[in-house]
Design a protein around this ligand. Structure first.
Ligand SMILES: [Zn+2]
Length: 208
């Protein structure tokens, strides 16, 4: 009898663990904002097995700018596993530069999945002095010549809308590419051309 009870207790513990780690957190906490589900597939830092950040500074919100990036390296990822690997490799590289975490606030994969970086509440390291005034979104891949897939572009727009709705991004935000904040090719010519047609895009060169 005792053995059966222990066995049942163990099964329960495993179920509760599964519920919290694999069920509850993903479906009801981390994948939501203001009580609503994200309108795209969303993966938390825990899910891509991020190391804890060592440099965390609160972002003053709402921010007036959204800065768009590509990675160049790593290349585009079109499966969850490949994108997880890309996230980990970026975090390792950015940590090696002394940035204390992955630089971007969020990253987007080719399938239109979002991967949590520093999130809505923390200052990123992605655009020099613009870091303090922006959310940095990285479209994983090399978008100098190739055009990002449509789901990636659609999700990026939705992610910005979520940021506006949850009070992280100003409703009158300005959208720029990384190269408008410093000397760089990022986010690549093909992607830069695309975002230049989006709402809120400004040609402005940011100087702080
Ligand atoms: Zn960039």
């Amino acid at each position: 009898m005792t053995n059966i009870l222990s066995y049942l207790t163990l099964i329960n513990v495993i179920n509760v663990h599964f519920y919290f780690v694999h069920g509850f957190r993903k479906s009801e906490l981390d994948s939501s904002y203001n009580g609503l589900s994200y309108p795209f597939q969303y993966f938390t830092r825990d899910e891509w097995e991020a190391d804890p950040p060592t440099n965390v500074r609160p972002l003053t919100k709402p921010v007036p700018y959204v800065v768009i990036h590509h990675t160049y390296i790593p290349s585009a990822c079109n499966t969850t596993e490949k994108c997880f690997r890309a996230m980990r490799s970026m975090q390792n590289y950015h940590n090696s530069l002394g940035w204390g975490d992955i630089g971007y606030n969020y990253c987007v994969g080719s399938m239109g999945d979002v991967f949590e970086g520093r999130g809505w509440n923390n200052v990123g390291v992605h655009a020099g002095r613009a870091n303090n005034f922006s959310i940095g979104i990285c479209l994983i891949g090399d978008w100098r010549v190739a055009t990002p897939p449509e789901p990636m572009l659609e999700t990026t727009k939705k992610l910005i809308s979520v940021g506006v709705e949850n009070g992280s991004i100003s409703p009158v935000y300005k959208l720029v590419g990384h190269k408008q904040t410093m000397t760089t090719e990022c986010p690549g010519s093909a992607l830069a051309n695309i975002i230049s047609t989006w709402d809120h895009y400004t040609k402005e060169i940011l100087k702080f």
